[in-house]
Design a binder for this molecule. Structure first.
Ligand SMILES: [Fe+2]
Length: 464
């Protein structure tokens, strides 16, 4: 008898293992004191397979589960619900997994797949949207976390939507894109402050690729086209849906927000892969683009060991590209840190504007052996060129750090850094509220969640 996937796959073990109970818990135990000025809900999304996978499991495969921590008047409550996709409903009716994962799918134009909506959860124009880059958004009810259903902007969006839209802090617009392995490979979209989809443009790219995220400035949109090439033809012969082709280099496309496909300028730099930019902004006649940069990414390569299937030997490092917009402009490339880190974030009020501070989840030596993704968070001060790290202890992995300002008009970095941390001793998760100006110091508050929150992807804060 062959082993069950959950017995052998590290992404189904420890705090990667799914949490299969949905529920609510009021008035949670808290160490320290939740600030009275911090009222709202932290939403976090991540993969949480409802059933034992049918075959090989990839971390990106699991059904989305939303974990919500609501802080109000110094008290905390928790709620978690699956994204009840049509695919998951079918599986519930069957009592077992029905859909193949990324490592098992046979690509074709009419592929049936499950909209896991497992990657991010955002609010725009009052709508709470769970996102996965292969599909339309899934609308969720903010209070109950009930799944409302697929959301297509009133019939206007026909293709997939990235899990990383950008909210312009001044205009209130939501800028996003969708990519596809089939033409059109890339489409750029804008929803206005009211949530109406007001623009959809096809953008020509040199090859189809997995484009996970992008960046914006006040005046430009920036796409990063990496040499991770999607090829259905090659898949038929090699069994590889994606191939890493570094000879192509990495291309960065800059488009004026007021322009379109005809106005794109492409710049070339060394082959690299980027899941997540930290932010971008204009400076003089250039765009500064900070990213978590991998030297290579062997994504979904079945020849690679299963434990490296998210590329842990190609660690991501914080890196700055400066893209000269003037005549003869090119890219200068500057590594910013040796520390391996991912999930970079800035103060959401600085999106597209110059940021002084940035926050990301980083590795501590031994994380790979302990099978944690990240066990520290790090704050950078780019003006001073300094970084401060906070560790959470061996085996206590941490997720994406999120900055929340103390008040809407507070200065950058005057506020809190929120993060979910696994407490191995308790086999449950804690929600940390750190003073952003002293992230290594005594936490402001630690909310003790009664259960594990499996390691996941992205989250956001919605102020009350
Ligand atoms: Fe992401």
């Amino acid at each position: 008898m062959t082993a069950r996937e959950s017995d052998v796959n590290p992404f189904l073990k420890g705090n990667f293992a799914p949490w299969r109970l949905e529920g609510t818990a009021e008035d949670l135990e808290v160490s320290g004191a939740i600030p009275r000025d911090l009222n709202g809900t932290f939403y976090r999304n991540g993969p949480n397979p409802a059933y034992e996978p049918r075959g090989r499991y990839h971390w990106f495969d699991g059904d989305g589960m939303i974990h919500a921590i609501t802080l109000r008047d110094g008290r905390a409550a928790y709620r978690n619900r699956w994204v009840a996709s049509d695919g998951l409903k079918e599986e519930r009716a069957a009592g077992q997994a029905l859909f193949p994962g990324l490592l098992e799918i046979e690509p074709s134009e009419n592929l049936r797949f499950k909209v896991t909506a497992n990657t991010n959860i955002v609010v725009h124009a009052g709508k709470l949207l769970a996102l996965v880059e292969a599909a339309l958004p899934t609308q969720m009810a903010p209070g109950t976390l009930d799944t409302i259903g697929l959301y297509d902007f009133g019939g206007k969006l026909s293709g997939p939507m990235t899990a990383h839209p950008k909210m312009d802090p001044v205009t209130g617009e939501m800028l996003f894109f969708g990519y596809s392995p089939f033409p059109p490979y890339l489409q750029y979209h804008v929803a206005d402050r009211s949530g109406a989809l007001v623009r959809s443009d096809v953008i020509d790219i040199a090859w189809p690729s997995m484009i996970h995220d992008f960046a914006v400035t006040e005046d430009y949109v920036v796409f990063i086209l990496c040499p991770l090439v999607f090829s259905v033809e090659k898949a038929a012969t090699t069994g590889k849906l994606f191939s890493w082709e570094p000879e192509r280099g990495t291309r960065i496309g800059v488009i004026p927000r007021s322009g379109g496909n005809a106005d794109v300028r492409w710049y070339e730099t060394d082959a690299s892969y980027v899941f997540h930019p930290m932010n971008a902004y204009a400076e003089h006649d250039a765009i500064v683009l900070d990213v978590s940069r991998y030297n290579a990414l062997h994504f979904m390569d079945p020849d690679r060991d299963r434990e490296t299937s998210i590329g842990d030997d190609e660690a991501a490092r914080l890196h700055r590209w400066r893209i000269g917009l003037g005549r003869g402009g090119g890219i200068t490339s500057t590594p910013l840190d040796d520390t391996s880190g991912e999930f970079p974030r800035v103060d959401e009020r600085r999106v597209g504007r110059k940021h002084r501070f940035g926050y990301l989840a980083v590795n501590t030596p031994g994380d790979i052996e302990r099978r944690e993704v990240w066990s520290s968070i790090k704050k950078y001060d780019f003006e001073r060129g300094t970084g401060v790290e906070r560790r959470f202890g061996d085996g206590n992995g941490v997720g994406e750090p999120l900055f929340v300002p103390r008040r809407p008009d507070a200065e950058e970095d005057d506020g809190y850094v929120l993060a979910l941390v696994y407490d191995r001793a308790r086999n449950a998760s804690d929600f940390y509220v750190l003073d952003a100006r002293d992230i290594a110091g005594e936490p402001v508050a630690v909310v003790h969640i009664p259960n594990r929150v499996p390691y996941g992807f992205h989250g956001n804060w919605v102020a009350a």
